[in-house]
Write a protein that binds this ligand. Structure first.
Ligand SMILES: [Fe+2]
Length: 228
């Protein structure tokens, strides 16, 4: 195992260890841990992929530096150590139906790396994804749904979420968000970049459907102007 692979493996295991401390906290944690327990995450199965950097590297550094909660320290230090080993990608049209109205903020700055999944830089899995997801400051990730059930582990200090057509609510670092398959959700990002662990438990090749809300323009204007 190369040093690069051992850093990636350490990151994956730091995430699993955190999830183990949060069993039964959100519906998807137990399901995720059950799926992970059925995988062979040994050294010999690690993929050796050339790293791929990102044009958003400065924002990514800020996002990682902003992970301050003591209980997330291990994930934060493993992520900082492996940042340059990972394959960073931006979402592109293949994830969305043609003409999807994602908005300027999302298009301008979204980023992810897949640690487990199809085309991952850690372990291959055909129908399960686990990775790190980042959005730039003051971004609205507009309301959307997908056939993949999804778990988020929020690493950044504060992020706003709404589910279905409900009210916005802020979530702290270390919080878990569970989105059942097909349930609409949206995220808003304040002054600091958003960074999280994300898991898609199945149907990982399903597309995201953007669900129109009349208040997008107003929210995006507020995020651009206000100090949050
Ligand atoms: Fe989602």
């Amino acid at each position: 195992m190369t040093d690069k692979q051992s850093r990636i493996q350490a990151l994956i295991h730091s995430i699993i260890r955190y999830l183990e401390t949060r069993r039964s906290n959100a519906c998807g944690v137990d399901l995720t841990l059950k799926k992970l327990a059925g995988m062979d995450l040994c050294e010999s199965r690690l993929i050796d992929t050339p790293p791929q950097g990102t044009r958003h590297d400065e924002i990514l550094k800020d996002a990682i530096a902003g992970i301050a909660a003591p209980e997330l320290h291990e994930i934060a230090s493993c992520l900082a150590a492996s940042r340059d080993d990972l394959v960073w990608r931006e979402d592109n049209a293949q994830f969305y139906p043609p003409g999807a109205d994602l908005g300027e903020g999302y298009t301008k700055c979204n980023l992810h790396t897949l640690l487990i999944g199809p085309d991952a830089c850690g372990y291959h899995h055909p129908d399960f994804s686990l990775g790190i997801f980042m959005l730039g400051p003051r971004t609205l990730y507009r309301d959307h749904d997908h056939d993949a059930p999804e778990l988020y582990l929020n690493l950044s200090e504060k992020s706003g979420w709404r589910f279905k057509s409900g009210e916005w609510q802020d979530y702290p670092a270390g919080s878990l968000i569970w989105n059942e398959a097909g349930e609409p959700h949206a995220t808003r990002v304040y002054d600091q970049p958003f960074i999280s662990v994300f898991v898609w438990l199945e149907n990982v090749n399903s597309r995201c459907n953007v669900i129109h809300f009349d208040d997008w323009a107003e929210i995006e204007k507020d995020l651009a102007q206000e100090k949050n």
